[in-house]
Design a protein around this ligand. Structure first.
Ligand code: GRF
Length: 196
């Protein structure tokens, strides 16, 4: 049974999708939900599902990323995770942190990577006049939003779309894609998942 720690920064809708999927028959189970924001709404939602939670506020550490990560590592390592899922986690991690979990840390990004790494993915796709958008689950490497792709889901962009409508359409697919990828990954299968 693989032990999964999930890092969040906000509402945690992707975390909830992962935790709910692991409630049933599944090769993994959630052992911790941690956030860089003690006020992240996802913390209460995780606790309500019986998942241990932790919060390490990144703000007191200022620009000292390594010090924040050292503080985050305490509860994280205590949960003895086999896999780490970044789910709406909005802090850039140092290469040292990433290296420590090389090959077993996943992230979901709201674009069809390699297109649109970084922020504001939906407004960029709209501005480019793309016909479709989507989301990607990838292994986390030192290069931001650039690790091996483990899954993608595509959605059409329609004429009346704005950033909010497109984000909502993509988010719904994130909630399907991430659980599907984690199931497969936790079973030791790295074959990418492509959702129609
Ligand atoms: C989602 O768009 C996800 O792709 C990005 O963060 C956003 C919020 O995620 N990484 P969540 O609702 O907090 O899971």
């Amino acid at each position: 049974m693989k032990r999964v720690a999930i890092l969040i920064s906000g509402g945690g809708s992707n975390m909830l999708a992962l935790v709910r999927d692991m409630l049933g028959e599944h090769p993994a189970r959630p052992v911790l939900v941690a956030s860089n924001d003690p006020k992240a709404a996802g913390l209460a939602r995780a606790a309500a599902l019986g998942v241990p939670v932790a919060a390490v506020d990144h703000r007191p550490f200022g620009k000292d990323r390594a010090a924040f990560e050292a503080a985050l590592l305490a509860p994280l390592l205590a949960s003895e995770p086999d896999i780490i899922c970044l789910a709406g986690f909005m802090r850039v991690l140092t290469p040292d942190f990433v290296q420590r979990f090389a090959g077993r840390m996943l992230n979901i990004h709201p674009s069809l990577l390699p297109k649109y790494p970084g922020l504001h993915t939906h407004s960029r796709a709209l501005a480019a006049g793309d016909a479709e958008a989507g989301c990607t689950v990838h292994e986390v490497t030192a290069d931001l939003d650039a690790g091996p792709i483990l899954g993608q889901a595509r959605v059409p962009i329609t004429a009346g779309d704005d950033e909010a409508s497109l984000a909502a359409r993509v988010l719904a697919q994130e909630h399907r894609l991430y659980p599907a990828v984690l199931r497969r990954f936790a079973a030791g299968d790295r074959t990418p998942v492509f959702l129609p």
